[in-house]
Structures are given as structure tokens and as C-alpha cells.
Design a protein around this ligand. Structure first.
Ligand SMILES: [Zn+2]
Length: 529
């Protein structure tokens, strides 16, 4: 029997295996392994990584099973043990992040080529014990099984907008915990936008003393513009020390962080702080509430602006270890550029066709600049055209057709289309749901997401790195609401980016999800029905 859902085996106790994302292969066997006070954790062949890896497993084990694990090695004759072992010879089938898991009555053996694979094996073990975790059992039964598992895509992401509303370090870590539980590995941190600048930049302290704060608005349903002398009481930002702490926390859970610095639009928070970087004399403020279209754009003809962005990106590149940095590029309305003498002069000097080419030039300047730090730029797909000059990675929020154009152009692509991946959209009847962004992405719709567009050649398809969900927070002003919008759609996304296409089945997923939903709610998460 190859399917791992809801097996009722011949022993007395039903064996229920409810893993999300569904593994590549899972063969249930009869019987159970029991986690109790006598269980030992053993680590083999991890070399220098033993310390860090055993710490995260110990910590998570204690949290999950409410007991302290014993330490041992497999040569000891322990009554039961869980062994984590790095393969001495590479197992090519499972790749960098896959694992094999053998659960027998007396022991569990998790094997992988890397600690990431072993970490995911442990997430699978935790989920296999969900049934007992729901009943406050003191013993946890892991159904016997043989599992081989590895992800379909290398990029499995989740995004969080902390500009429209600010979320503290504790919530960011809680978000990372959720990602780790569902084997997601890229956290896209949207740190700057019109509604607040959220990252400490030493060279420009005004970005966080002024740009991180705005008048408070309890409702984003109607725009009430900032009034003269209205106090800026809402906001916050992350210090570099806090960011380093979060980077370390995420790394222990095999999650890379991709920071986003928006260029050249979505910049009201910058212009509220440094009005000299605008094309005009408009009195910009850190934005409040809804408005459209965003007028704010930094002057592409001003050399000080180019220097400003490079100085900011230098600090960001030095802070974040992962080689990808997102530099925005979306929704840059260039009306101001059309009438700005400096911008027009730049177009003339650089022999550019128009304002669209001016943005390509500006983004390309930043892309080239980041290379000296060993970084690759990601941009939103607004930059994509048949004759695009940018060699950046592209994040496609619009349509799979744009993703295809980028992949054919040779750019690496991450998909997060509004149609399936915008978890700030309603997930149910708007009449019954809390206020959300207009649009509907039901759980079933989210589950039907396939990051791979049709009609690409094998070579072009290699440019599709994976997918992610986006959580824009105009209408999400508390951690509880953020979780409610994420869950359970995040579970659906995890299966879209991990599980082989031919193993996806919404009916089967829904059955497994019913257990996960109960577990998440019992664990204190806010979860949509
Ligand atoms: Zn200008």
C-alpha cells in the first residue's frame, strides 16, 4: 500500500498517518514506535554540525512532547531510540533536502544527505504523533512505516509585509516556526513600503526615527489623510541585533531570509524622512490607510538617490547572509519622472527610450552593485519585458504568462500569483469574514496552485525555482489575524511546492488537514475553519 493517508491497520489501535506536505512515498506497516521517558535521541556522522542540530532537535522535542529526551548512541542497548544519521554515501534519490525514515517498533532511523533533510524527517516524526498530541497522552505513538521524501521545488517560500502593520520579533519567530513545521525554507521579509520603514540603517537613522512611525488608524476601510501636527504613534522597526537574532533562529530551522527593500516606488516613508530625494516639493508623509495610486517615487535623475540606495543596500547585504536580496520594482508610477528635469536629463545622458527604460537602468545599477557583495537581486515581475536587460531573479505576482516570458529570457523565477498565493485575500464569503483585501483565494483554490507554468522546455523549466504565499497586511493588524489568514492555506501551499504533482489530491489533503487543524488550534494558533 503506497498511499499514507488514514491507514486502519490490522492491529488493535488504528494507525493514522497524517503528514502535510504529503511525502513522495510512504508505506505504512503494522505496529507503533512509542516515544516516552525512556526514549533516546542518537546522532551519527553529523561531524561539526552535531551541536547545533542536536540543540534544535532537543528544543523542539521538549516543546512537542513535553518531556526531556535522553542522549545516547545507537551502539547502546536502549529500549527505544530515534537515530538521526547523515548518509556516509550520498543518496542521490533524495537530494539536498530529502530524507528516508524507517519507523519500527523498537526504533526510528532518519537518514539524509544533509542536516536539512534530517530536520524535515523530524518534522514528519512530530506530525506522525499528532493523534496522541490531541489527547494529552503521556506517550506518543508513531505508526510504523517506511518513508522516502524529497521536495519538488528548491524555493518554498512565505512572505510577510511588516510595513502596513508592524509585527514584533516574537511573532516573526512564530511565523518561522509554522514555516518550518510545513517544510518551507524561504522567508521573504517585506521590510519597507509607504506605510513604514522597518529596518535599522546606521547611515540613515531618520528612516527609523521618522520613517517607521505614522498616525494610528484602526480601520483601513476609508482614507483619512494625515492631519497637520497629528502625532505619529503607530509603528516600530527591527534593530540589527534583533534581525541577527531572527536570522540565527531561522537558520537553525533551515530557513533563509530574503529581505526586501522597495526601489524606486512604495517609498513614502523615505520621502517623509528625506524629502530632497523626491522629484517634486510635495509634502510626503508616512502613508496611512488606503490610497491609490501611490504617487511617491524617488528621483532617478538625482545622483544622491542612487548613492542613498547603494548605501542602504550595502548595510542590508552585510547583515543578511543569504545571497538573494529583493529590491522591489513593482508599481512604480513614473508620472513625476515624466516632468522632472533631472530624470529627463538622465534619460538623455544614458540614451534611454523612456521612463520605463529609466527604471530598468536604475534597477540594473542596484543589481550590478549587489554583485560585489556576492548577492543576486530579485525583482517583482513588473520589470519583465521581451527586451529586459536585467539578469535578476523574478518574483511573479501577476500571471504565469509573465513567469514564462522571464524563464524564456533566462531569468530564475519564483511564482506567487494573486490568483492562488495572495493570502491577504478573502478565504470565504466576504459577508461572513473579517475585512480583507478584495479578492477570493479559497483553500481549494490555494491547493490547486502549480508553480510550474505550462509550455516550457526542459531547459526553461529549470528556471522555475518554486513558489510562495504573500501576506500583505493592509487589513491584518494583529498576529491573531495574520495567523487566521495564513492557516490553513499555508498547509495547502506547502503541498503545492513539496509534493509530486501526481500525488496531490484535495480530498485526501482535506482529511489529513482536519487533524492538523485540530492540532494547530490546540497549540494556540488562530485557524480558519
Ligand atoms: Zn526626478
Amino acid at each position: 500500500m503506497a498511499c499514507c493517508c488514514l491507514l486502519i491497520c490490522s492491529c488493535q489501535k488504528p494507525n493514522v498517518i497524517v503528514i502535510i506536505p504529503e511525502p513522495v512515498e510512504c508505506t505504512p506497516k503494522s505496529g507503533n514506535f512509542t516515544i516516552d521517558n525512556e526514549t533516546y535521541l542518537c546522532f551519527e556522522n553529523l561531524g561539526a554540525k552535531t551541536g547545533d542540530f542536536s540543540k534544535i532537535i532537543h528544543d523542539t522535542y521538549r516543546q512537542t512532547f513535553k518531556m526531556k529526551p535522553n542522549l545516547g548512541d545507537k551502539s547502546s542497548s536502549h529500549r527505544n531510540y530515534i537515530l538521526f544519521e547523515i548518509n556516509k554515501k550520498e543518496d542521490k534519490e533524495i537530494g539536498k533536502e530529502g530524507y528516508t525514515l524507517t519507523v519500527k517498533r523498537s526504533h526510528i532511523i532518519a537518514k539524509a544527505n544533509t542536516t536539512a533533510g534530517l530536520f524535515y524527517a523530524f518534522q514528519t516524526i512530530r506530525q506522525m504523533a499528532y493523534l496522541d498530541q490531541l489527547t494529552d497522552s503521556k506517550e506518543f505513538h508513531i505508526p510504523c512505516a517506511k518513508i522516502t521524501d524529497h521536495p519538488r521545488f528548491a524555493y518554498r517560500g512565505a512572505h510577510l509585509d511588516v510595513s502596513r502593520h508592524f509585527f514584533d520579533v516574537n511573532f516573526v519567530k512564530r511565523y518561522i516556526d509554522l514555516m518550518a513545521a510545513y517544510k518551507l525554507n524561504k522567508f521573504h521579509w517585506h521590510l519597507t513600503d509607504d506605510h513604514g520603514w522597518r529596518i535599522q540603517i546606521d547611515q540613515y537613522p531618520g528612516l527609523t526615527t521618522i520613517g517607521a512611525w505614522r498616525p494610528e488608524r484602526t480601520s483601513w476601510d476609508t482614507l483619512h489623510p494625515v492631519q497637520p501636527d497629528e502625532p505619529a504613534t503607530y509603528g516600530g522597526y527591527y534593530t540589527k541585533a534583533q534581525i541577527r537574532d531572527i536570522i540565527e533562529y531561522a537558520a537553525a530551522r533551515h530557513i533563509d531570509i530574503i529581505p526586501e527593500i522597495e526601489i524606486p516606488g512604495h517609498c513614502s516613508a523615505i520621502l517623509a524622512t528625506y524629502p530632497q530625494y523626491a522629484c517634486d516639493d510635495y509634502p510626503y508623509t508616512v502613508a496611512v490607510g488606503p490610497y491609490w495610486p501611490p504617487k511617491a517615487i524617488l528621483c532617478a535623475g538625482n545622483d544622491d538617490v542612487i548613492t542613498f540606495y547603494k548605501n542602504v543596500l550595502k548595510e542590508v547585504a552585510e547583515l543578511f547572509p543569504y545571497p538573494l536580496i529583493h529590491i522591489g520594482g513593482d508599481e512604480a508610477f513614473n508620472d513625476n519622472w515624466q516632468v522632472c528635469p533631472k530624470c529627463q536629463q538622465r534619460i538623455q545622458d544614458k540614451k534611454l527610450a523612456d521612463e520605463t527604460a529609466l527604471q530598468q537602468w536604475m534597477m540594473n545599477e542596484m543589481e550590478q552593485y549587489l554583485k560585489q557583495f556576492g548577492k543576486t537581486a530579485i525583482m517583482w515581475d513588473d520589470i519583465v519585458s521581451d527586451d529586459m536587460v536585467n539578469q535578476c531573479d523574478v518574483m511573479c505576482w501577476q500571471s504565469p504568462d509573465v513567469a514564462k516570458t522571464a524563464a524564456k529570457h533566462g531569468n530564475d523565477v519564483i511564482l506567487c500569483p494573486t490568483s492562488h498565493c495572495y493570502f491577504n485575500y478573502y478565504q470565504g464569503d466576504p459577508e461572513k469574514e473579517p475585512l480583507a483585501m478584495t479578492g477570493l483565494v479559497t483553500l481549494e483554490k490555494a491547493y490547486s496552485f502549480d508553480p510550474m507554468p505550462d509550455g516550457l522546455t526542459e531547459a526553461q523549466a529549470k528556471h522555475i525555482l518554486g513558489g510562495q504565499c504573500n501576506l500583505w497586511t493592509e487589513f491584518i493588524n494583529t498576529p491573531e489575524q495574520a495567523e487566521y489568514m495564513l492557516l490553513p492555506r499555508l498547509c495547502a501551499l506547502s503541498e503545492c511546492v513539496w509534493t509530486p504533482l501526481d500525488k496531490k489530491d484535495f480530498k485526501n489533503f482535506s482529511k489529513r488537514l482536519s487533524f492538523h487543524r485540530q492540532y494547530l488550534i490546540k497549540s494556540g494558533y488562530h485557524c480558519h475553519e
